[in-house]
Design a protein around this ligand. Structure first.
Ligand code: ZN
Length: 290
């Protein structure tokens, strides 16, 4: 299933895609958290599927998509330096205040504020960055489906509900100035997510998924998920070893080589620049810098 949250006719709704139509399973205030609530229920997706016959429908093209989980329950978990070539470019850029080692020996984890989340085509407010050093990071997001505590690697994938594209937009100078990743990555609108949340049963081979990021049509990032230094089972095992992961939690798994600071001089984003992140089977997430 491809789960969506959307606006149409002045109302918010949530549902799933059937071809180029949205089967509307929730409307009104509750629909903002409907996908999150569905994930928490064991038979949630089945219940929605059963509504396909009688539920109202909206043409996908007539709706404005929001992030599939517009209001995550807590911060988005993120992984730094999780592709080898990106770890090298980030280390060489001089912006890495986090560590001495180029390739981390254990996953580097930080988070993005829930209030940074926006949907496809929503403007990313580059003007909020006083240092004008906005950069993109196309990433695969993993959505947790079941409470996970001390989950071993070989059972980790059973706790995955699905996948979504995340763009971990970053202010590089704020990241460097404050010697951390929270302020530089938590700016309002700096976490585009979508266009839909794809359930795990529709992704037969996670490692084979290919990620690309284009800026104004120019290919900047191109990698396979199999290139991750710390794979998804390792990330879930690492996080859940000491902290309970909850249904609806999102883990952005890291970005590959090709971000703006990888260039000399850095190629930061400007007003009007169009970012397009695509991942096999997950669609394309496009946003413009405002
Ligand atoms: Zn990132």
């Amino acid at each position: 299933m491809k789960l969506v949250t959307f606006r149409h006719g002045g109302q918010t709704g949530a549902g799933f895609l059937d071809g180029d139509q949205i089967v509307v399973c929730a409307t009104g205030d509750a629909s903002v958290t409907a996908v999150r609530d569905l994930i928490a229920k064991e038979d949630g997706p089945k219940r929605w599927l059963a509504m396909a016959g009688q539920a109202p429908r909206v043409a996908l093209g007539a709706a404005t998509l929001l992030a599939p989980i517009p209001e995550p329950r807590r911060n988005i978990f993120c992984v730094g330096k999780n592709y080898r070539a990106h770890a090298a470019e980030f280390h060489a850029s001089g912006f890495d205040s986090s560590a001495q080692e180029q390739v981390p020996s254990a996953p580097v984890i930080f988070s993005k504020a829930t209030t940074a989340v926006v949907g496809p085509d929503a403007p990313v407010r580059g003007s909020l960055d006083p240092t004008a050093s906005v950069d993109y990071e196309g990433e695969l997001g993993v959505v947790i489906g079941k409470i996970a505590f001390q989950v071993p690697e070989d059972a980790a994938m059973e706790h995955v509900f699905g996948f979504v594209i995340v763009n971990d937009v970053t202010s590089r100078e704020l990241q460097r100035r404050h010697n951390q990743w929270l302020i530089g990555k938590g700016l309002d609108s700096f976490c585009p997510m979508g266009p839909w949340l794809v359930t795990a049963d529709e992704v037969p081979d996670v490692g084979a998924m290919e990620l690309t990021t284009r800026i104004n049509g120019e290919l900047r990032q191109n990698a396979r998920v199999a290139d991750l230094i710390f794979d998804i089972p390792t990330l879930i095992a690492t996080l859940s070893r000491t902290m309970t992961l909850l249904p609806g939690d999102i883990i952005a798994t890291g970005t590959p080589e090709g971000v703006g600071i990888g260039f000399k001089p850095p190629r930061y984003l400007n007003k009007g620049d169009r970012m397009a992140v695509s991942i096999t089977g997950l669609g394309v997430l496009e946003n413009t810098i405002a």
